[in-house]
Design a protein. Structure first.
Length: 274
């Protein structure tokens, strides 16, 4: 077991992770990579970093496990509430006015343990009613968090951010926590996806990708954001983390504000002049 990650090994693993996922480790977050590698060596009983490196270059499952381990999955229900207020009062009202078909498609990219897509589903169900078809894709690079998300069960301390009326209406209280009701679960399809690559998904009205692109360098950020742009409808909206920005990027998104929330808009075709 190594005590400290050498510069050579840091560069080797950093470059492999970047090439496979777009996740960019700097000197600032080097300790995170070091601690995750120690965990993987300990769990797999590998004798050296060289042995483990050879393994992940040949074994896709172990590589995905490492990528899973190096990502941070901090999330909560109704996180950054001003963005969900913007979704309710601005975005959904605009989409209801311009869409010919009552279908709304949303992508929660980097969905972690599911709090974000379930929040989106509850808001859309509440605000659009039964007359709209709601399709939500929720993706992540971590199989572990996707399994947790699909289960839809949360300890009582995890549901603190949910408005009481939503909690009562869309979740079932159990002895040790809360279970998402099937009427909400059926609106979401959870799937594995690495944002370094094109998902092949199209026609989204809204994309949430919050606190994810901070793990990419500028080139990787631009590639991800521009793939989002190409996957969205002519008039659509992108939400990113409150500490993130597209400033200085080569992208066609338009900056906008709804209330206190900062977000980005795609406005093309017949909507470009409005």
């Amino acid at each position: 077991m190594f005590e400290k990650l050498s510069d050579f090994d840091f560069k080797k693993f950093r470059d492999l992770i970047y090439n496979e996922s777009g996740i960019h480790f700097t000197e600032v977050n080097r300790p995170i990579l070091e601690s995750r590698l120690k965990e993987r060596l300990k769990k797999g009983s590998h004798s050296s970093l060289d042995e483990y490196y050879k393994l992940i270059t040949k074994n896709d499952d172990e590589l995905k496990t490492l990528l899973d381990a190096v990502t941070t999955n901090l999330t909560s229900f109704f996180r950054n509430s001003i963005q969900f207020y913007a979704l309710e009062t601005g975005v959904l009202e605009e989409l209801k006015n311009i869409k010919k078909e009552k279908i709304i498609r949303v992508w929660s990219a980097g969905c972690s343990t599911g709090e974000e897509p379930y929040t989106i589903a509850m808001v859309l169900k509440e605000k659009l009613g039964e007359s709209w078809k709601i399709e939500i894709i929720a993706s992540d690079i971590s199989f572990n968090v996707l399994m947790k998300a699909k289960e839809g069960f949360y300890a009582k301390n995890k549901v603190a951010g949910i408005p009481p009326e939503y909690l009562k209406k869309y979740m079932i209280e159990l002895q040790d926590g809360y279970q998402i009701k099937d009427e909400i679960k059926k609106l979401i399809r959870f799937d594995y996806h690495n944002l370094k690559y094109d998902s092949g998904l199209k026609n989204f009205d809204v994309i949430f990708c919050r606190n994810v692109i901070i793990y990419f360098d500028q080139k990787g950020q631009e590639e991800v954001v521009n793939r989002f742009y190409n996957a969205m409808n002519e008039l659509s909206y992108l939400f990113i983390g409150h500490s993130e920005s597209l400033f200085g990027m080569n992208t066609r998104f338009l900056f906008t504000k709804i209330g206190e929330a900062c977000l980005y808009m795609k406005k093309e075709g017949k909507y470009s002049g409005k």
